[in-house]
Unconditional design. Structure first.
Length: 252
């Protein structure tokens, strides 16, 4: 089976990384829309156009299922994508529910892009699971830009994180939710600025389990394959252009 992964850029590699552990033999296509990243600060109608272009491309390449490995794209387009394309489309949402459940009544802090936090999909999710009113949220949009530039130096990232968190009482939070796939790369930095006991949760494992359930009836590869073909906004791209990210994910 061939499974497509789509993100505005390199964030979705973190979801693909997880998928290859659970479904190691399948064939993968990875579409990074790096010509248009970041999505989180662009008008909704504009990014919907990019998303439809990417999913059409992956469908035309013969994908049997597609993972929208981007919370922002999921928030603005998942329902329309499912109504348009006749194949399993798996979306992502911030792991708010597991965070609330894990929390022992402490607060939950969700990091996501500006667009994700503006969309009704996020607020409906919070309304559904946050019975005690413990969920707060904060845009960490600049992390998308840093990661696309492969800018992971502590001297750049830590002051940004500290300034975003300056007005919060961090000891009140039992968990932080990474509601954008680009944020996974910053787990080591976040470990430095958050209290030791704070859990840092993401939705990647849950998304990949959901993928596995959705494709359960489809023919799996019988010979070991597991290869990935990469594209930047539809243009074939060698894996070497992404290998520094793939290596970094090992430590995140
Ligand atoms: N990786 C994205 C997400 O999960 C989008 C980042 C962006 O392009 O702003 O939300």
């Amino acid at each position: 089976m061939q499974i497509g992964f789509f993100d505005s850029g390199i964030g979705g590699l973190s979801v693909l990384h997880e998928a290859r552990k659970l479904l190691p033999n399948e064939r993968y296509l990875y579409y990074a829309d790096t010509a248009h990243v970041p999505y989180g600060t662009k008008p909704k109608e504009e990014i919907r156009g990019y998303i439809f272009e990417a999913i059409t491309f992956l469908r035309d390449q013969g994908c049997d299922a597609i993972v929208v490995a981007c919370n922002t794209a999921t928030s603005v387009a998942i329902d329309d994508l499912r109504a348009t394309f006749q194949l399993p489309i798996i979306g992502m949402e911030p792991a708010v529910k597991p965070a609330v459940q894990a929390n022992n009544h402490k607060r939950v802090l969700v990091f996501a892009t500006e667009m994700t936090l503006k969309e009704p999909k996020f607020h409906n999710l919070v309304a559904k699971v946050d019975n005690e009113g413990v969920v707060d949220y904060l845009s960490m949009q600049e992390l998308v830009v840093f990661s696309e530039r492969f800018e992971f130096g502590a001297e750049t990232v830590l002051p940004y994180l500290r300034s975003r968190l300056a007005n919060l009482d961090l000891s009140a939070y039992g968990s932080v939710v990474l509601g954008c796939t680009h944020f996974i790369y910053f787990r080591p930095h976040l470990r430095e600025v958050l209290p030791e006991a704070t859990l840092i949760l993401d939705g990647n494992a849950g998304t990949v389990q959901h993928l596995r359930n959705r494709v359960a009836g489809l023919p799996m590869e019988t010979k070991t394959r597991g290869q990935v073909r990469y594209f930047r906004s539809g243009i074939p791209t060698p894996e070497s252009e992404f290998s520094a990210y793939l290596e970094r994910l090992e430590g995140c």
